[in-house]
Design a binder for this molecule. Structure first.
Ligand code: SF4
Length: 396
């Protein structure tokens, strides 16, 4: 039985809401015309999309408003910096739309659209015309998962899976449910932030979530809130709806310059997330993705922000791990002192590296593992950036 926490009147009031999508930066009235012209050039390279609800969260009087930085393009994005596939996802793509990096977890890239586009997205290549990494037909992925009994976790991602029609979502959940070794289905989505009505308005979706999240095989929502101001009343109700449908909610987000690179903001976000039943899971170091230079936070500064935020709130607000999703694995940024940066593999593609502790020279400018120098004589590997188009797995 679904437990609705809303009164009937509240459900009816919210159910009337339909967000209106805006695909052209020229149509955002709060940006002065001359600025819109400049940003149009940026949006031609890295697509823009937003909706009236989310644009309404912006304080237009503040040029440094964090929500503005999250979705409104900036000219600096056109700098010559980074790679489109900075963590070489191509190398772990086993068939179109299917990534398999760690034995137990498969990613299905099943949609190439999002509710809005985060400017700092590491998968912005998927939204470009020439991209063919996403597939609407997940049958090959389902067959691959069926043939690999070690796969217990499947992450639906993209793009945002909750932008797909409910019919398609249900078909995928049904197909995964039919594979007995799949015990966890994760839905990676920013829709609870961009458009909470996606779940609030959709009873068939709620019923599907309830049907396919069982006591011994759960659906997880990997929510993506970056800033406490995104936790509006409907957003909180959206999370409550997922929980009411038996979905376990956790939050993961990157550390983004101008959005949440402030210990007080991060601590507030984490505390509120813990209150609403969506505790923090990962804080990601920004990948060196093309277009993302204005949003980068160096590792050392990031660690200071994270560790300061971790001094606040109760235990459930302090469950995040600060990690780099490097092409070789998920690497936890454990500590920084006057001389060194201390890292450990949380997940590793190469089984021999799992749990490996590594020490690098402190470098206050470095934003990524490939920029760090191993501490002398302590055995940490040196990583070179992979030239574009090269497959690092083949080189092993
Ligand atoms: S919601 Fe996720 S996939 Fe979509 S633009 Fe934002 S970060 Fe990228």
């Amino acid at each position: 039985m679904i437990r609705f926490s809303w009164s009937k009147e509240q459900v009816q009031a919210y159910a009337k809401r339909r967000v209106k999508y805006i695909r052209h930066i020229e149509k955002v009235p709060n940006i002065p015309p001359e600025e819109r012209e400049k940003l149009k050039r940026v949006a031609e390279r890295y697509v823009f999309r937003a909706n009236d609800y989310y644009l309404g969260l912006i304080n237009w009087a503040d040029p440094n408003d964090p929500i503005r930085h999250l979705i409104i393009p900036r000219e600096e994005e056109l700098s010559d910096w980074g790679e489109l596939d900075a963590s070489n996802e191509k190398a772990v793509t086993v068939t179109r739309g299917v990534q398999h990096k760690y034995p137990d977890t498969v990613l299905l890239l099943c949609n190439e659209v999002c509710g809005s586009y985060c400017r700092y997205c590491f998968r912005k290549r998927l939204f470009m015309d020439e991209n063919s990494e996403v597939t609407n037909d997940v049958s090959e992925g389902i067959a691959y998962i069926s043939e690999n009994p070690q796969v217990s976790n499947v992450l639906l991602t993209g793009g945002d899976p909750l932008l797909m029609s409910t019919r398609r979502i249900v078909e995928i959940l049904e197909a995964l449910w039919a594979i007995p070794h799949v015990k966890i289905i994760r839905i990676g989505s920013k829709m609870p932030a961009f458009d909470p009505w996606r779940v609030l308005n959709d009873l068939p979706l709620q019923h599907a979530l309830q049907s396919y999240s069982a006591p011994d095989r759960r659906i997880y929502l990997m929510a993506h809130f970056d800033h406490p101001r995104e936790l509006t009343e409907p957003a909180v109700e959206g999370i409550d709806t997922f929980i009411s449908c038996g979905v376990i909610c956790v939050n993961q987000c990157p550390l983004v310059k101008g959005v949440n690179d402030d210990p007080a903001v991060l601590a507030e976000l984490y505390e509120k997330l813990s209150f609403i039943g969506c505790p923090p899971y990962y804080l990601f170091q920004g990948r060196p993705t093309a277009g993302n230079e204005p949003y980068e936070v160096p590792i050392v500064r990031g660690w200071h922000i994270f560790s300061e935020a971790m001094k606040h709130g109760a235990g459930l607000a302090r469950r995040a791990r600060y990690v780099m999703s490097h092409r070789t694995g998920k690497i936890e940024i454990l500590a920084v002192d006057g001389s060194y940066i201390y890292l450990r593999y949380h997940r590793a593609y190469d089984a021999t590296m799992r749990g490996q502790f590594m020490i690098y020279q402190r470098d206050d400018q470095a934003c990524w593992l490939d920029e760090l120098e191993p501490a002398e004589g302590l055995g940490a590997p040196r990583f070179e950036p992979v030239p574009p188009g090269e497959d690092w797995n083949d080189a092993d």
